[in-house]
Structures are given as structure tokens and as C-alpha cells.
Write a protein that binds this ligand. Structure first.
Ligand SMILES: [Fe+2]
Length: 126
């Protein structure tokens, strides 16, 4: 779900986290949106603080990192570390990057439908 913003606004590498968060908020809730939005920020954080992680970024991620603001400054990193969803955002980002392996065998999208439906069903409706 975290990269749905790429499908909704093609080419907006810097804004796809915000676009995706806005798109999933009503269906999947605030917490999912709060994790979708900062996955770009988490990439910038890891690029600044984890040289091993940064070295493993895909070619595409390295290219888009520039348009997303580049590695965080130390001031930005300290502010991000104070985010209540900091650890979860980093976990999502690491999973995102770990999945960027050409030819990796993964479950089809349909495999995740029951999980998405359970999360959606648990959200309060207005
Ligand atoms: Fe992304």
C-alpha cells in the first residue's frame, strides 16, 4: 500500500508518500496513513545515518533520493527520531528496500487481500 501514491500521481517521487497517505486514510485508518506518509522521510533518514543501508539502495531509490531532499540533516534526523512512529516507519522502509530485488519470489497481491480487508473493517466509519 505504501507506494500507491506513485500510481495516483505518476512522477511525483517527492510527494508520493503524502499522496498515498491521503488515499488510504479513510479506508485503512490514521495509523496506516501515518506509516505510508513517512516512508520517504525514513529513506532520507537512513541515507544520512546508516551507510550500509544507503549503499544497498536500488538505482531507482538512489536517483529519487535527490528529488526527495537527499539525506537528512542532523537536525532533521533528531526531529524524526522524536516521531512516535519513528521505529515503525524505519521498519516499513527497511522492508520496502529489502523487497526491491529483481526476480524475488513474492506472494501475489491477492494474498494480502484478507489482511487489507481486516484492517479496513476495523476502521471506524463516519
Ligand atoms: Fe515509495
Amino acid at each position: 500500500m505504501h507506494d500507491i501514491g506513485h500510481l495516483l500521481v505518476p512522477g511525483d517521487d517527492a510527494g508520493h508518500g503524502r499522496t498515498g497517505a491521503a488515499a488510504v486514510r479513510e479506508l485503512l485508518g490514521t495509523r496506516v496513513a501515518r506509516l505510508v506518509e513517512p516512508h520517504v522521510v525514513a529513506k532520507r533518514y537512513l541515507a544520512a545515518t546508516d551507510s550500509q543501508h544507503a549503499a544497498k539502495l536500488s538505482a531507482s531509490s538512489r536517483r529519487t533520493l535527490v528529488s526527495q531532499g537527499g539525506p537528512m540533516t542532523s537536525t532533521e534526523a533528531v526531529a524524526f527520531e522524536a516521531d512516535p512512529e519513528f521505529a515503525a516507519a524505519l521498519a516499513l522502509r527497511r522492508a520496502d528496500d529489502a523487497g526491491k530485488v529483481v526476480g524475488l519470489a513474492v506472494a501475489p497481491l491477492e494474498f494480502w487481500r484478507p489482511v487489507i480487508e481486516r484492517v479496513a473493517a476495523a476502521q471506524p466509519r463516519m
